[in-house]
Ligand binder design. Structure first.
Ligand SMILES: NC(=O)c1ccc[n+]([C@@H]2O[C@H](COP(=O)([O-])OP(=O)(O)OC[C@H]3O[C@@H](n4cnc5c(N)ncnc54)[C@H](O)[C@@H]3O)[C@@H](O)[C@H]2O)c1
Length: 409
């Protein structure tokens, strides 16, 4: 009987045709022969398939989690059974254990880093500067990681090239929009077993993730309220048919709140006071800083803990927070993260960007780099062909027309 971790990895593999095609090519070309890759990603079945593709390409992989609550322990165990793969992640680890695992990954002296939230790169630049000389470059998966990297680069402190995998169309349009939209809502529904239809769902932040969440909640029959700080995004939400208001107003109306701003202190003390009894709060942004958990812990008269739900009773009013305010799609006990097909695209990008770094990183200086257009397009073409779809090709005449300036009315 196969172990549960390997069964999960195999299940995911069937829905990852793009990564499978890349793995096949890697097995032939061995682009990572003799290289160590250090990773801090959510350790679950889809990630395991990325690890296995890199290992097929000749890499020795050292991996840990990027969130203390998102690891699936059986997958972590299964990863340790793959040749040349070492996994240090453990679900519900303490902060000390979390950083001890980051230290272990970096002690293996990787040439390439793959991060989701920039924890490896932060640790390298603050605590293990001695290892920076071995690094050729890195890849970053998420919006928050890229904010941090750009801030470092602006201060001239980022010492090697890092590809902003998040910022490319093949990631944002599918992973952030559809992935976060579907998985956060399904995680909320499965954790609380409550109905979305007919409820007021408040989405904080109308970026890529927020748009997906708002659309999918609307599709389920919710009345969607959006809060924003950017007037253009707020207007977009308004014209997409959603109610737009401040969090102060939304706090009074909402039944379910989902933060996805990548910012801090979005739902705080003054909002808690206005919430309805029984309001459900969840965060889909990268860090657990969007909902003021410290306030709730300090001022609650009573806390009731259920699987994935903490109920804070303040002056006889119950406020339910899911997954300790961490990424709701991954950190609830039944949270499975993004749908497999979405991560097939994101991890295909990661795999090809890691190869790009292996082959070109030494020619690049420290800084944040866009995903090369040809990689973005290659992933889209592989996906289109795996779906059995065909698209038109531009004719010579059309290409010439788009490059001309002297054809008018
Ligand atoms: N849950 C997941 O699996 C998952 C997947 C992808 C990204 N993320 C994370 O989700 C977060 C958002 O990512 P994104 O790609 O949508 O980013 P984005 O930059 O496209 O959108 C963020 C939006 O939040 C708005 N905002 C900022 N501060 C606000 C505030 N105080 N109140 C209301 N709105 C505010 C911004 O104006 C912006 O429109 C990031 O932390 C990212 O790392 C999570």
């Amino acid at each position: 009987m196969m172990d549960s971790g390997t069964l999960k990895i195999e299940w995911a593999a069937q829905y990852m045709p793009v990564l499978a095609a890349i793995k096949k090519q890697f097995a032939k070309d061995k682009p990572f022969a003799g290289m160590t890759v250090g990773m801090a990603l959510h350790v679950e079945a889809k990630t395991a398939n990325l690890v296995s593709a890199l290992a097929a390409g000749g890499a020795t992989v050292h991996i840990t989690g990027c969130n203390p609550l998102s690891t699936q322990d059986d997958v972590a165990e299964a990863l340790n059974r793959i040749k040349n793969v070492h996994c240090y992640a453990k679900r519900a680890c303490t902060v000390k254990e979390y950083y001890a695992a980051i230290e272990k990954v970096l002690s293996a002296s990787p040439a390439i880093t793959i991060d989701d939230g920039m924890d490896l790169i932060h640790y390298l630049h603050t605590k293990r500067r001695d290892l920076i000389k071995n690094i050729i470059g890195g890849c970053e998966e998420t919006t928050t990681g890229i904010h941090r990297l750009r801030a470092m680069a602006a201060e001239g402190k980022l010492e090697f090239p890092v590809i902003a995998v998040n910022d490319t169309p093949m990631k944002r349009f599918f992973d952030n929009v559809h992935g976060t939209g579907e998985s956060a809502l399904s995680s909320i529904m499965i954790t609380t077993n409550t109905l979305v239809a007919g409820k007021y769902v408040v989405v904080a932040g109308y970026g890529y993730c927020g748009r997906g969440l708002a659309r999918k909640a609307h599709g389920l029959g919710a009345k969607v309220i959006v809060t924003e700080v950017d007037p253009r995004r707020a207007l977009e939400a308004h014209m997409d048919g959603f109610m737009v208001m401040t969090m102060d107003k939304a706090a009074e109306a909402g039944d379910i709140f989902i933060t996805t701003t990548g910012n801090t202190s979005v739902i705080t003390a003054r909002h808690f006071k206005k919430l309805k009894d029984g309001a459900i709060l969840a965060n889909a942004g990268h860090f657990n800083v969007e909902i003021d958990m410290d306030y709730l812990a300090k001022y609650a008269d009573r806390v009731i803990r259920r699987d994935g739900i903490e109920t804070f009773v303040i002056r006889k009013k119950s406020i339910h927070v899911l997954a300790e305010g961490r990424l709701v799609n991954l950190a609830t006990p039944k949270g499975m993260g993004h749908p497999i097909e979405v991560m097939d695209l994101s991890f295909a990008l990661q795999a090809l960007c890691a190869r790009y770094i292996a082959e070109n990183g030494r020619d690049l200086t420290g800084g944040v780099y866009e995903v090369p257009q040809e990689i973005d397009e290659q992933v889209a073409r592989l996906k289109i062909s795996s779906l059995g779809l065909a698209i038109d090709e531009m004719s010579k005449e059309q290409k010439a027309y788009l490059c001309s300036w002297d054809i008018g009315t």
